[in-house]
Design a protein around this ligand. Structure first.
Ligand code: ADP
Ligand code: MG
Length: 369
């Protein structure tokens, strides 16, 4: 296995700037996800790591050794992509054996390895079949298994299970995670699916427009998003935003949304005296951390009007309007309300995050001296 380092990595296709200078360290044995919307440069970055794409500028290191000029096959990367080109005339067994035969493995070791991987990937009963006799999900499993047969220095997966239906995808996700725990490969996993990235990765690099906006553990990017892009991209339903004005009265800070006054979350209080809160801020809170009251109370102070309630069985999603801003709230099942009904909201103050409305970056709560 190897550690991977990306240094000021840049990729241009003619005038298109696909990757605009990214820096990232991936530890030996780490599971790193590249997460971002379509076109943000995930695959380009991946293909440069694999050696399949010229590097416009910057460097890639494996275990501290620069590999920019190292040929793909000498980088010892294994790859699994969204579409797998299995050899149509070969059996599943021979498809799995192919990379090992090419590497001149002795027959007994080869046979042991193929059966071991087939067992791990739950395709042992398919070894005698031809690719055309497999479902698309089974083909993806075989493609993944083939990529795994040779123990790679780095294992690259680009949307490897996006073709599967939801149920198969969740099953494969659990396999991949257990596989990583078992094999301890360094894995880089490209996906546009935030749930997949969160479920699988040790750390997630959230990308947008050719840049990495934030790198962190799933918990870090969920609870402390670095900017509004990350905040809005992670979580389902996504984080709610309210454009507010910061108002200071003596030592006390308030947030004002169109005349509605809200207390400043306590973790930001120390910044008030230091005048480190921007005038225009975006208050963000996750759907799970808003509580609904049917009456106004000392806690439920934010007036809102119900738009619609969606009962999903285990939870309900309540869409409400606070003046012209629509928010989504996750409640316990069984919540009932009429459209246009007046309700009162309480935001969990320890769970609200402030962003500078101008830069869209998080207001840092660590007070700097
Ligand atoms: P992602 O994998 O995140 O969807 P890509 O790395 O595939 O993003 O693409 C990033 C950008 O580079 C996109 O704007 C895409 O259209 C462009 N791009 C990708 N490959 C090529 C190519 N071979 N030639 C020209 N433009 C490309
Ligand atoms: Mg891609």
């Amino acid at each position: 296995m190897a550690s991977v380092k990306l240094e000021n990595l840049l990729k241009k296709y003619g005038d298109v700037e696909a990757v605009m200078g990214i820096n990232l360290g991936i530890a030996d044995g780490e599971f790193m996800a590249f997460l971002g919307p379509s076109g943000c440069g995930k695959s380009s970055t991946m293909r440069m790591i694999a050696g399949l794409e010229d590097i416009t500028a910057g460097s890639i290191y494996f275990d501290g050794k620069r590999v920019n000029e190292v040929r793909p096959r000498d980088r010892k990367v294994a790859m699994a992509f969204e579409t797998y080109a299995l050899y149509p005339t070969l059996s599943v067994y021979e498809n799995l054996a192919f990379p090992l035969r090419a590497a001149k493995w002795p027959q007994d070791q080869l046979d042991k390895r193929v059966r071991e991987i087939a067992e791990i990937m739950w395709i042992a009963e398919l070894l005698d079949r031809k690719p055309h006799e497999l479902s698309s999900g089974q083909q993806q499993s075989v493609g993944l298994a083939r990529a795994l047969t040779r123990e790679p220095a780095v294992f690259l997966l680009d949307e490897p299970i996006s073709h599967l239906d939801t149920r198969q995808r969740i099953r494969m996700r659990a396999y991949l995670k257990s596989l990583h725990i078992e094999l301890e490969y360094t894995m880089i996993y490209v996906t546009h699916d935030q749930e997949e990235a969160m479920a699988l990765a040790d750390r997630v690099a959230v990308m947008n427009l050719g840049l990495i906006n934030q790198v962190g553990t799933p918990d870090e990017i969920f609870n402390n998003p670095a900017d509004t892009f990350v905040a809005g991209f992670i979580g389902e339903p996504p984080m709610n935003f309210l454009n507010c004005e910061f108002v200071q009265e003596n030592d006390h800070g308030f947030l004002k949304y169109n005349g509605i006054m809200m207390d400043m979350p306590p973790q930001y209080q120390p910044l008030i005296q230091k005048a480190e809160i921007p005038k225009r801020v975006i208050l963000a809170v996750r759907p799970f951390y808003i509580d609904i009251g049917l009456e106004k109370s000392t806690r439920h102070t934010i007036p809102a009007e119900v738009f619609i309630v969606e009962s999903l069985g285990d939870i309900s999603i309540v869409s409400v309007d606070v003046l012209e801003t629509r928010l989504q709230i996750v409640t316990q099942p069984g919540f009932r309300a009429e459209a246009k009904q007046q309700i009162w909201l309480a935001f969990d103050p320890s769970r609200t995050v402030l962003f500078d409305a101008e830069t869209e970056k998080a207001v840092s709560v660590s007070v700097q001296d």
